[in-house]
Design a protein around this ligand. Structure first.
Ligand code: BMA
Length: 339
């Protein structure tokens, strides 16, 4: 049996047993998906690509709210069961160290990660071009905007939930200014969450067709006995545009730029109406995986068709066994990633 490490109990984790007709893949969908539908609140037309964490007796989420003027901003949302969400009326307000409000012009694909005793919000924002923005909070009331970790263009940043070899560690995906037709996952480290360096290559798109155009980190990695379990998105191109599926890999615990195992098939691909049809069709975009240290259950939150939030389930044992049974790494996966 594979185990989660350093993982708290989350008895309130949403859960449904695997249905008999779930097929071969290790993730199965929540039967009442999507959990956040269209026009969820005044001024917001769609919520998708959003991240959740356990908070007090329930959950808190940073959600991507696509507003009626077309500009995405990040909102907080609250839930007691991880399924039904109350979205705050106004977007998150960020302040710099001196207390000045410093809100981004746009903010999308937020991730939320607890590292030590603080919560970090990470998103894509304008920094004279799309790049990564970061803020820190202890109470979800006051958010301190941190220095931007990277120069443009960059997207899909997630933090590891603890320091590795004494360093804060982040995955990200350097990109271009548009709908980037390439992209590898890289790793960077920082002693203080301000200065980022010691960059390493982690993984590139593989030769497998479902992820042959670009890849990007999805959920913050979960620590297991075998390594860091990473859910990521893998993209392929068709005559009708990109298709986003969910992939899985296991990174070395002490040297996470080394990919130890990588699944050659997707773990989930668009096939339900809410995934295939929407503002951008055929998108499953994972942003958060919440695990329960007691049972090994995992709830994965993903954006569907740039229109909805959906939920899928697995267990640490089931998903790792599936990745191992379909393991295929390349030389650039296995190496440390420095040239
Ligand atoms: C990516 C990001 C995501 C989006 C995806 C599919 O480039 O912009 O926010 O879900 O495209 O449209």
């Amino acid at each position: 049996m594979h185990q989660l490490l350093h993982c708290p109990s989350v008895p309130q984790l949403p859960w449904q047993e695997r249905p008999k007709d779930a097929g071969d893949l290790p993730l199965w969908r929540y039967e009442s998906n999507p959990i956040i539908g269209r026009n969820p609140q005044k001024g917001i037309t769609r919520i998708f690509n959003s991240a959740a964490l356990p908070w007090k007796d329930g959950f808190i989420a940073s959600v991507r709210g696509e507003r009626t003027n077309g500009v995405p901003l990040t909102y907080l949302a609250h839930s007691s069961d991880g399924i039904h969400w109350q979205i705050e009326e106004n977007p998150i307000v960020l302040k710099d160290k001196n207390g000045n409000i410093i809100n981004p012009r746009y903010a999308y694909d937020p991730r939320l990660v607890k590292v030590e005793d603080s919560f970090y919000l990470i998103w894509c924002q304008d920094f004279y071009g799309a790049s990564i923005g970061m803020a820190k909070t202890e109470d979800f009331v006051h958010f301190e905007k941190l220095e931007n970790p990277f120069i443009p263009f960059n997207r899909n940043a997630v933090l590891f939930p603890r320091k590795i070899n004494g360093m804060y560690t982040m995955l990200s995906r350097p990109s271009d200014s548009g709908h980037t037709p390439f992209g590898d996952i890289f790793l960077s480290q920082s002693p203080d969450m301000e200065f980022w360096g010691r960059h390493r290559h982690v993984m590139s798109p593989s030769g497998n067709w479902w992820e042959n155009v670009k890849i990007g980190s999805g959920a913050a990695p979960l620590e297991t006995d075998l390594g860091w379990l990473l859910f990521y998105h893998g993209v392929t191109g068709t005559c009708n545009g990109f298709i986003y599926s969910i992939g899985g890999a296991i990174l070395d615990r002490d040297e996470p730029s080394r990919v130890l195992h990588r699944c050659k098939t997707f773990l989930l691909t668009p096939e339900k109406e809410y995934e295939e049809r929407g503002f951008v069709p055929n998108v499953c975009f994972p942003c958060a995986a919440i695990a329960d240290g007691d049972t090994g259950r995992i709830a994965l939150y993903y954006g569907a068709a740039d229109s909805y939030v959906a939920l899928a389930f697995t267990t640490v044992d089931e998903v790792i066994n599936y990745i191992l049974a379909n393991d295929e790494t390349s030389e650039t996966d296995r190496e440390i990633g420095i040239r």
